[in-house]
Design a protein around this ligand. Structure first.
Ligand code: FE2
Ligand code: FE2
Length: 137
């Protein structure tokens, strides 16, 4: 069973960025697949921690790619958009900090958080740059 199904409505029509969104979806689905086949609590925790690190690494790479294009083409929504990226990075860093201090990350709520964040950010924020950037690139 696939946890996060990619939909056409998520397309921004900037192919480089759409591929990166699909890679983020894949990372989330990989974590889900690892968690459902694992019974061991500490192993599950290791999967979540590794996946969050991968998500933050690849997420930062993707956010920078978007931000560079927005700046290059003078997109007016840049500042607000970047703030959303920064809030996401802070939230993931907070999950990892709490885990390193001894709290257990609750895997399913984290999965739902990253999925819901990505869907709402892509639909409500990323898609807004689509027509503007695709007319200029
Ligand atoms: Fe994005
Ligand atoms: Fe974005």
């Amino acid at each position: 069973m696939i946890f996060f199904i990619w939909k056409e409505e998520y397309l921004t029509n900037i192919s480089e960025l759409d591929s990166q969104h699909q890679k983020l979806v894949l990372l989330i689905n990989n974590l889900y697949a690892d968690l459902v086949k694992c019974q061991d609590v500490s192993q599950k925790q290791a999967f979540v921690v590794n996946a969050l690190k991968e998500l933050i690494d690849y997420g930062c790479y993707h956010f920078e790619a978007e931000e560079k294009l927005m700046l290059k083409y003078g997109y007016s929504g840049y500042a607000h958009h970047k703030e959303e990226h920064e809030r996401f990075k802070l939230q993931i860093a907070q999950f990892l900090k709490e885990q390193s201090e001894g709290s257990r990350i609750l895997s399913f709520p984290v999965l739902v958080f990253v999925k819901d964040w990505l869907v709402s950010h892509v639909i409500e924020t990323d898609k807004q740059y689509g027509p503007y950037l695709s007319a200029r690139i």
